[in-house]
Design a protein around this ligand. Sequence first.
Ligand code: ADP
Ligand code: SF4
Length: 675
Amino acid sequence: MSIESRYAALFEPVRLGPVTAPNRFYQVPHCTGMGHALPQTLAQMRGVKAEGGWGVVCTEYCSIHPSSDDHPYPFASNWDDGDLRNLAAMADAVHAHGALAGIELWHGGSYVANLATRAPPIGVRSMPGRTDPIQSQRMDRADIRRYREWHRAAALRARAAGFDIVYVYPTHGYLLWEFLSRSLNDRSDEYGGSLENRARLARELLEETREAIGDRCAVATRFAINGHGEQHLSEPEAHEVLAMLGELPDLWDLVLAEYDEEMGSSRFVREGALEDRVRAARKLTPRPIVSVGRFTSPDTMLRQIKERVLDLIGAARPSIADPFLPQKIREGRLEDIRECIGCNICYAYNFRGSVLRCTQNPTMGEEWRRGWHPERVPPGAGSVLIVGAGPAGLEAAHILGKRGFTVALAEAADEPGGRVTRESRLPGLAEWARVRDYRVGQIKRLANVTLYLRNRLTAAEVREFSADYALIATGARWRRDGLGRSHPAPLVQLSGNVLTPDDIMDGARPQGAVLVFDDDHYYMAPCIALLLARGGASVCYVTSESKAGEWSQYTAEQPRTQRALIEAGVEIIVSHTVEGYDGASVTLACTYTGRTHARAAASLVLVSSREPEESLYRELTGPEGGVDDSRVIRIGDCRNPAIIAAAVYSGHEAARELGNVAPPAALRRERVLRG
Ligand code: ADP
Ligand code: SF4
């Protein structure tokens, strides 16, 4: 059996009420950081996914009314006819490739603060929302009536804009979910009390949406199969709701109440983690089911379809990492799949209020702005020497090779991957090695790219090589002197066994009392603390922030990070800095009062900041870049140490620009001309 036919079941059409999905690849609604603010950016990005073979491509959460405004997070909007043009642009871009377009109608209820519109949030009762010191207005019966009208009007506009699938969204803590919650819903009318009453509004919306647009559009609903905790909606109750509403939608999009599990990072959650719960829910409805699970393995997808766990393979992240995943499976090009690594950087940047980006796919979000396509690169010619085969060097070699350059990639170590190879050996980070594996796999099949391992190049050797261009991708090293966010200058009093993350990744395993100081605030220090604690050390984790791995709140990993440390027996001290170490005792200072106290430790691991490894670049270009040589370019962490996604992006950008005669085009910006 050929690979293509082996996966034929994934390419069967699926009927969803009045419409038919051309295959089983379904891009579920996912945030983009684009929303209503960047309609062209958004339409182009979604269109590329349809081009890559996704049979259904959905919007992100799309507000139906100004009383549901999640500013500063860039949600989509469907408030009035003025939104039609933007919405239609996305639907058209998706239709252009034969896919169906879905729209996730959404009302945030008490969760949102309406910072932009200043409308009072509305809720099943008056209560505080997510962040701001604002409570919602309790909805009276007239409000409920109005809300139903808004939803119906939004559904009609969605149909007018060309959408094929329209969502009713009673989950993830938003308005409809508030009604389902036993604790929050204290109403005494037909919308409160029994489960049937609490589900009434969801039922009404499903019926009214079908009545309004069901002639031409499928009605989908996104629902958390595990309820939302005993206080709100238990798992058995969620099943009851599912059974109650069973046949009303044309499609059930099954999720979990908790984002950090539903879209769990690979540090904590495996591929296909929802399977057992979806199996249990499947019996409750005859309608087609889509669900997610960070699916990147075609075999897992096929099994879930064959065993009728799912009817459609739902994906957000795998479609971000590889918009052409379906096409690659169809063509039997499995080795070309750029597998998601589950790092949740995509989610993080939406959460930071900016356009999403992806560690594996540097073109994500750049389809319209820079005209980057995930599979096509412009041709070029010339010779390039790349020094360093970390994520930046590997990506540059891969793209330059595809462009047609003759590429020599020199790496000092005896294996490629740089920081990715090293970091993927830390607890939970094994999947990150896919950043290396995808690129090494691609390079191997390019006859014009040669990888030289165990080759530490000097400046003289780079010159002698006399390639047309030299890309310096030599990375960065963790500092041993404590300089970082808390300390603008190196710490003066440091002696004894002071280690860095590089030492730990090189195999150092301090025993006894170890203090790990986190002034970096992401995954590195917590991973090291875990590694050492599991290896038998008595670990104290100290952070200058107020939570362990504070920044990982954006990747939906912070609570699990802190829980993992607690469960591994790591002592956690927050809001303190390290001020000095004499080999036996660390001086800690409170970040608020400056008061110090001593803490015994046999070893100190400093996770503060990184120093670019730029000596080679400096030797080639002169101190402070005295020699203006545009043929020597530094990329990745040796230019500015950052996350892996930034190193890949940097390598990609340099490779796309190299040899272009015209100066790089100015970044396109979306400009609002009129309302
Ligand atoms: P980035 O994230 O920017 O790709 P990394 O730190 O992951 O950076 O990778 C840099 C790589 O460069 C490492 O694998 C390192 O061994 C290699 N390297 C550093 N200096 C040299 C050199 N002079 N010659 C060859 N390889 C080098
Ligand atoms: Fe996957 Fe990370 Fe890309 Fe998100 S950023 S799609 S989690 S590889």
